[in-house]
Design a protein around this ligand. Structure first.
Ligand SMILES: [Zn+2]
Length: 398
């Protein structure tokens, strides 16, 4: 077992959290912004000070490498992202990068040279935006089936070639580990410091449309209206009641637009988005069938739903999960297995190599908010589990 430097971890976390922080508003550190480059430079400097070999790839992901003693062994990768949502907190993403750095410098100081080389990575543009979410990690793993348009890329100073050039030789990697705050209330409520995700939810989105007829809101009798809002409410009510009775699955109607959207006109049309998240493909499949069945029951308007996004769930690696659990036990830190309801850089990584995640509690379950916070002792425990799991993977992986 190695012992990380908790005070140094917290100091680095606080230092990086000041870059892009606006008082009273939170962290503003969008990918490719001036503050983003500043934080990446900060991380690079700290990596160099720790004696790691650094590189920034063609899309802007940063790596710090600790050379292993067996040049034929594959590389173990750990990290997360350095960008943040607007008005977000200082832990979402950056915690996993700084903890990866702390793990590697602890190893270096302890004089233990691992057999595998180990790299700490700070991925770019994980949060959604014009580039699409998990942009840096998808470029790294070569999962860019629908790349952003040339126009969008150009606005960030990039070309399609940069995406292709950022693609790593995945065969040279043995595993990926991501430490992240939970961003939900489960661990905090249960007072368990370590969560071990077994799968990351799939996200399926449908666009819905209900078409009726716009008409005069004062003269058209109630029962003669082809009122799109009435029909939408009836259908979505049945759908939401169905979803509220399901387990291991959540659903969100994130917006409903009404046309013409005037108080004196009977609504002629509604358009809305329906999102389903689950770690089980079958759950989502059944829910989608139910959704279609409910929408086929529209009586006074026509209603339809159309597939918009379909990202399948990803299983995390059993070997890595067992390693994290074993290390937590050896460190006498309580842990539990759980699903991840949010998407992470680990999603694209887990599709191409064994991957695992470690969660720490978010105070009151709050994230994507300036109030996002985690107890210092939990932050230190998470980093300790990460560092020792990397060491364990070094002994068990080929
Ligand atoms: Zn994140």
């Amino acid at each position: 077992m190695i012992k990380i430097n908790g005070a140094r971890l917290i100091e680095d976390l606080e230092n990086q959290g000041k870059i892009g922080w606006k008082k009273g508003e939170g962290l503003f550190r969008e990918a490719y912004s001036e503050d983003y480059i500043k934080v990446r430079d900060y991380v690079e400097r700290r990596m160099k000070e720790a004696g790691l070999k650094t590189r920034v790839d063609t899309v802007g992901n940063i790596f710090g490498r600790l050379e292993g003693r067996d040049s034929k062994a594959k590389t173990i990768l750990t990290g997360s992202h350095l960008d943040a949502v607007k008005a977000g907190g200082m832990l979402d993403g950056a915690y996993g990068v700084i903890a990866g750095l702390e793990a590697l410098r602890t190893l270096k100081e302890s004089g233990v040279q691992p057999r595998h080389s180990i790299e700490a990575v700070g991925f770019i543009a994980e949060e959604g935006g014009p580039l699409g979410g998990t942009y840096g990690s998808r470029a790294f793993t070569g999962q860019m089936e629908t790349p952003p348009s040339d126009e969008v890329l150009e606005s960030y100073g990039m070309k399609k070639k940069d995406i292709a050039d950022a693609r790593a030789d995945i065969e040279s990697y043995a595993a990926f580990m991501e430490l992240h705050i939970e961003q939900g209330p489960v661990l905090w409520r249960k007072k368990i410091p370590i969560g071990i995700p077994t799968a990351i939810v799939g996200i399926t989105r449908y666009k819905g449309c209900v078409s009726g007829e716009a008409n005069h809101a004062g003269t058209t009798p109630m029962l003669e209206r082809k009122d799109a809002v009435y029909q939408t409410v009836v259908l979505l009510h049945e759908w939401l009641e169905y979803m509220r009775a399901q387990e291991n699955m959540v659903c969100n109607i994130g917006y409903i637009d009404v046309e013409p959207g005037q108080i004196g006109i009977v609504p002629g049309e509604t358009r809305f988005g329906i999102e389903i998240r689950s770690t089980e493909k079958e759950n989502t499949h059944n829910a989608v069938n139910k959704l279609k069945e409910i929408f086929s029951k529209a009586e006074i308007c026509t209603a339809n739903v159309e597939l918009w996004v379909d990202k399948p769930p990803v299983k995390l690696d059993e070997k890595v999960i067992d390693a994290i659990e074993g290390v937590s036990r050896e460190l006498d830190i309580e842990c539990m297995r759980m699903p991840s309801g949010a998407s992470h850089d680990a999603s694209p990584l887990a599709r191409v190599m064994p991957a695992g995640m470690i969660f720490v509690p978010s105070i009151n379950g709050i994230s994507h908010n300036k109030e996002e916070s985690t107890e210092k002792e939990d932050l230190i425990k998470g980093a300790a589990v990460l560092a020792n799991t990397l060491l364990k993977l070094d002994t068990i992986l080929a």
